[in-house]
Design a binder for this molecule. Sequence first.
Ligand SMILES: Cc1cc2nc3c(=O)[nH]c(=O)nc-3n(C[C@H](O)[C@H](O)[C@H](O)COP(=O)(O)O)c2cc1C
Length: 578
Amino acid sequence: MSTLDALTGLADRAAFREGLRSALQRAARSGTQVALVLVDLDGFQAVNDCHGQDGGDALLRAVGARLLHLARAGELVARLGADEFAIICEQVTAPAALAALAERIQLAVQAPLDIDGASAMVTASIGLASAGADADADGDALLRFAAAAVQAARAAGGNGWQFFDPQVHQRALQRMDLAHGLQLALARDELAPRFQPIVDAASGRIVGAELLLRWFPRQGEVSPAEFIPIAETSGAIVAIGAWVFRQACLAERDWHARWGAAAPYVSLNLSVRQLDDPALADSFAAILRDTGADPRRLLVEITESVLMADIDAKLRVLARFAAMGLRLAMDDFGTGYSSLGQLARLPVDVLKIDRSFITDIAGSGESRAVVQAVIGLGRALGLKLVAEGVETAAQQLELCSYGCDLIQGYYFYRPMPAAELVAAMARQAAQLEPPRGAGLYFLLYVSEAVTPLSPTQLGKLLQRTRVNNGEAGITGCLLYENERFMQMLEGERDAVLATFARIRDNALHARVRVVMQGPARRRVFTHWSMLLPDDTAARRDAPDFHGWQARPLPFDVLADDARVAYAVITACVPDVKH
Ligand SMILES: Cc1cc2nc3c(=O)[nH]c(=O)nc-3n(C[C@H](O)[C@H](O)[C@H](O)COP(=O)(O)O)c2cc1C
């Protein structure tokens, strides 16, 4: 049996195996370490294509010679396969020395080479693994570990080196397991759809539902954040995506049969990989025909970043979807980089505002500005707006006041099995369950102080109301002048009414009279404030009415005309929105 590789003159695979076995035995005896360096060329095929096989051979010989030059005396350098080389290092003392060797190999391999007068260049993905005397010194395992490190180096973009990392390796094995399991998930009936209701922003009524995929393999549920990326890389997403689309169609059919025009629409997610599949539109068309679902009640969601990469190719698929009657939504809007021009070109019907902006809406002026801008933009383009990740009443009210159409989030509903959604719809239809967050409400009242309030009393009142109203999501304004109060409260109906009940009972004032109250389409105050006489520029700069008035007009008299009371209170705060 030959022990030399004919092309490079290095040790061949058989000699390498033998060399590794004896190196491990020596290490076991002397209590030292053996390290294996695997060098795998990146894109060697391109060199062959470009320079022919002779050129490729010349390059392999040159790389072999360079590796031999870098190895220390006595170290075995081998060619294991087409473009794969190995060096066995013995008596390794420090990982740093190995790292330095890997670094030198990387530089040596990438140095340009002259092939028949033309310059050629390759790079390498290099993997390092070592075995100690204490470890179960097994040559095959060491080779597998070094190969896993090569894969990691290649996955990181090639032209680099990596040490074998048992944790990374473990994760890679788990991913392989999951990828394998996913191939079987459909056949084993382990996938299940969940539906998260989407509600009308003002009334809280269910108008749609997003289909979210869940996977329950035997070992327990695996989160979509984990399995979807794996399904994308393994390609399983194509079959799974078709199954998801079918589930969405079946839900649409079922709900239409139950509730007719009042049935919620169904939205579903599409991944990059599916969009790249040339058979996608045909497959969806067949499923639509098969199930008889109404495409206009199906909303296909695609994330902004996916849509914007190679927009022309995507546009062709989307145009076909639109021709089939499907509705399209741009998901996670605000996180990608769509230009206005691109947005106007896309056959998109819905914008879904990314949850990160909603989460920050109360705390960050920037997020609030983004949300307002997106809603304004969507309205200008005639699109529907859906806010995702709504978790509090205050977020709902704020979105309502900006004119957001639809809302999705834990504040209303979590994702649920179809049967639960059917039950929630039934409760809603029977009015058993008043829609959550029964909409925006406002109340304007006037009252008289029992005795004049001291600055300390007013200060205390301001402090309490700030805390309470902030927590209850109430905006508005309280005026105090000539021992009279005028106050406007805006917020969720229940919150406004509960707060007003506490205010009415307060012994500091009497003759509390509601001037007007009712549902509001949007807020006019951006925050809560309390103003004392001559506190605001608006009032300071106003003409002095005293000389013009036949008699002083305290708030309770002004309030005889509700429009005047409304005009007075909204004129007092500079950033009121009309
Ligand atoms: C003229 C007037 C206006 C008030 N406005 C508010 C208000 O906007 N929000 C509020 O929580 N309490 C308001 N209060 C105080 C309530 O009557 C009550 O004292 C307070 O809500 C109790 O809060 P606590 O339970 O946190 O102490 C007002 C009281 C008066 C006299």
